[in-house]
Design a protein around this ligand. Sequence first.
Ligand SMILES: Nc1ncnc2c1ncn2[C@@H]1O[C@H](COP(=O)(O)OP(=O)(O)OP(=O)(O)O)[C@@H](O)[C@H]1O
Ligand SMILES: [Mg+2]
Length: 491
Amino acid sequence: MEVFRKNPFKPNVIENNPTAFGLRTKEIIFSITSLLNDNSIFITGARGIGKSSLGLQLQKVLSGDNTLLKRCNMDDSYSDALCIYYACAEETTLEELCLDILYELEQEIMLLPKVKFNKLKPVLELNFGIIKAKFETEIESNKRSPSSIANRFVNGLRAIYNEALALGVFTGINIMIDEVDQLPKKINFGHFIKIIHETLNNRGCDKLTFLFAGQLGSYTRFNKEDPSFERIVKCVPLDRLSWEASNYILDYASATSNPRFQIDEDAKNLVLSLSSGYPYIVHLIGDSCFNELMNSYVITKSIVLTALEVILLTDKREKFTEKLRELEDLERDLIFYMASQPVEILPAEIPYEWIYDKVTDNLEVKKQLDSLLNSLISQGYLYSIKNKAVYIFSEELFRIFVSYIKIELSITKTARREFSDKSLDVNLIKERTEKDEKYNEMEIAGELINSMDANFISPEERKQLFNEYISSKIPSNYSNAWEEDNFKEKK
Ligand SMILES: Nc1ncnc2c1ncn2[C@@H]1O[C@H](COP(=O)(O)OP(=O)(O)OP(=O)(O)O)[C@@H](O)[C@H]1O
Ligand SMILES: [Mg+2]
C-alpha cells in the first residue's frame, strides 16, 4: 500500500507554527517588547523574506501562546489579545479597509471560546452590530473625508474594546495590516494612521496596537506622507535569515516529514548557500527535493541539483526572464557580465576589481559603473560586502539562472525571443514555445521543409544543456556571506 507522504515544506504558506519557525531572536524581542508596551510596529523587508510569517508569529504570542518566547529565552508575556489579520490589495479603499477590519473583528469574536463569548454576547447585541451597520450606511451614503472615516472607525473599535476589556474577555486588540505597499498612492495612509492613533489615544484605547507589514520602501513612503508616522510606529527591518536559523528549517522539516528523510551534509550546505538567507528559497528547494525523493530517504547533492533544474527551467524561468527584461540595457549587460564570472564559492562573490579594470583607470567609466551598481543595489538585485569591495547577487538562484540563460541564448531562438522582446506577453511566449515544439516534432518526423525557423531547443536538450552547465559551473565551496561581515566564516 502507498504511504501518505507528508511534505514538510511550504513555499507558499505563511509559517504560523512557532516550533517550525527559524528564529530571529533580535527582531522577535524588539517587536514583542514594543507591542506589549502598546506600541505599533512596521515590519519591512524584501519579498519572501518572512514579513507575514513574523507578523503572525508575533500575533500568536500576543494571543497567549508562549512557545516562541520560550525558544528566545524570554519570560512569558501573560498577554491574551484578540488578533485580527487583514491584507491590502491594489484597489483597497480606506472605507473598505475599515469595514473589513470591523467585520473581521466581529468574526473573531464569534469564534471566541464559549465562556468568553457568553460574557460578551449581551454587549455585542446591543452595540457592535449596530455600530458596524451604522458605519456602513454612513460611509456608503456619503463620501467621507479620511479624518471622518477614521473617527467613525475608532468609534466602531471602541464599542467592543471598552466592554471586552472591562469584562476581562481579552487584554487588548492587535490588528495586523499586511501588504500595505499595495495601497494606492492616492490614499494618504501615513496621515490616516496618525489620525487613528491620536483618536484612539484620546479615547484611552491604548491597548489597541497595529502591526503593519510591507515591502522595502513602504515605511519611508508613509513617513513622507506624515512625518509623525515614524514616532508612532516603530520600524522592524527584516534582513536575511541566519545560516543557523535556515538550517533549523531543514532540520525541523527532516524530523517532521513522513516518511522521515535525512539530508547529506553536502546537500544541506548547497541548499543553504543557494537560499542565501531567504526562508522562502529554503522551502522552495526543500519542496522540490522532497518531490524528487521517490523511494529513497536521503536528500543528496544530486537530488538538490535535479530540484534546481526543475525550479530554474520551469517554475522560475518566466519570473526571472521578466526580472531581466525590467532592467535598463546597461544594467542588464552588467548583470550578465557579473553573473557569468567564474566563481569558486556559493553564493558567488564578485570583487569590484573584476568589474572595473584599474589599469585603464578612466574616471568617467568608473563613475558610470558605480552608478549602475548603486542602482542595481537599490533595486534589490545586488548587495555589497567588505565596504563595496565585493558584490553578491541578492538571489543566488537568479544569478545561476542568468549565467545559464546566457549560454542558452547563444544557441537558441526560443530563449532569445522570450528575452529580447520587451512587449512580449505570457501568452505569446507560450504560443511561440508551442510553435517551437511543433517544429521539433516535424523535424523528428522528417516533415520540415523550411528549417530557417527551427533554431529551437527541445525540453530534453534544455535539460541536458542545464546539466552540463551545472556540472561545470557550480562550485562546492559554500559561504554564509550574507550574514554580517564580521561574523563571516567559511563553511
Ligand atoms: N522564520 C521562518 N522560518 C521558517 N519559514 C519561514 C520563516 N519566514 C518565512 N518562512 C517561509 O518563507 C516563505 C515566505 O514567507 P512570508 O510569506 O512570511 O514572506 P513575506 O516577506 O511576507 O513575503 P511577501 O513579500 O511575498 O509577502 C513562506 O513559505 C514561509 O513559510
Ligand atoms: Mg507577506
